[in-house]
Design a protein around this ligand. Sequence first.
Ligand code: PLP
Length: 454
Amino acid sequence: MTPQHAKPDPAAGAAVKAADRAHVFHSWSAQELIDPLAVAGAEGSYFWDYDGNRYLDFASGLVFTNIGYQHPKVVAAIQEQAGRLATFAPAFAIEARSEAARLIAERTPGDLDKIFFTNGGAEAVENAARMARVHTGRPKILSAYRSYHGATNAAIHLTGDPRRWASDTGAAATVHFWAPFLYRTPFYSESEQQECERALAHLADTIAFEGPGTIAAVILETIPGTAGIMPPPPGYLAGVRELCDQHGILLVLDEVMAGFGRTGTWFAADLYDVVPDLLTFAKGVNSGYVPLGGVAISGAVAETFARRPYPGGLTYSGHPLACAAAVATIEAMAEEGIVEHAAKLGETVLGPGLRALAERHPSVGEVRGVGAFWALELVRDRTTREPLVPYNASGADNAPMAAFAGAAKQRGLWPFVNMNRTHVVPPCNLGEAEAKEGLAALDEALTVADEHTV
Ligand code: PLP
């Protein structure tokens, strides 16, 4: 069912699709093997195609529409800014940019009070890496294997997931380590506490053997997102902070996905009471209405560049349209209590609802998450925890996950799917009735995954 004003128009959809297929080159894809859905419109937590199908978006696009589609205040703010000052060079003081930086700095933890704006998440990571290297005078950056940090040069080298492989020159001064993940523990742990202690000992060893004096920073997603939404065990991030401090290493927390309300707090770092030296953000900062990302910078790192030029920049750093969208988004989130809503949604609807699904479906191995940030680990066998599809599967090997995703879409639910997991990452202002509608569709789709269990 599409909204009243959106009449199906298959011919228009076919034209959009044909031009896409002829001329658009898509991210991460074998171009002839994909079949992108032609989208006619979107509102709130839903989008619809040209054929009369409507989808509840449990992926928030790519986990960025934290306030849903077409929020009227944000749309109006972009229109107003476009009418007043559509663009301006980065070296000037511009009202929308100043105000966005002030509102972000007010919300970031600790003394992260200076904001360097970028066009998205990867550029934020790229610049955080540069700042750390220049500030410390050291080359290496450590990151987790189960991570995604973006697709530009430093960011893709820091990324742990297989999307790195094709771009990895092995010469980018990045070193990977194992962060904690009890369900698939690399440390043979049997409790969260063991996993925490062993993961910290492993990181301490990695630092010792790499040479502390060669390491500029450790970068971690506060709660790893694409790699599986794995909230770290209590004490882990505080332990990493301590290790970094011992060795003069900076801690960078990548909150591109976890930030701006997703975890039911403004930043996931708030859940763990840890203050990084640099914090990267993007996505939820303005729900992706206009591309924007950035780095929030501590007083000590900012001081390094107080009388010495920062060796980096972007033509569109702090673009007025993107910043106006950020101001309106942050104000709307505050006025409408969207962050608190996400926390409550997780506690009272999504968490209990997903755990109930796990009880009914043998294909669900584990439910993890907080706020509007959840993962279901789908398995062939709950006892051995064998994933529903092999790591990094494609083609026929990935058929069970493709069948699950297809079943969800048939029931009007657009799922986020990565390897053997589905992530439940809807807009943070998803209504309770919508959440229940989505959980019901997920319930039915999981029966398809169950068919592939042993
Ligand atoms: N860092 C994290 C944690 C992300 O999840 C992503 C994207 O999903 C990025 C960085 C890269 O952001 P972008 O795609 O905006 O470059």
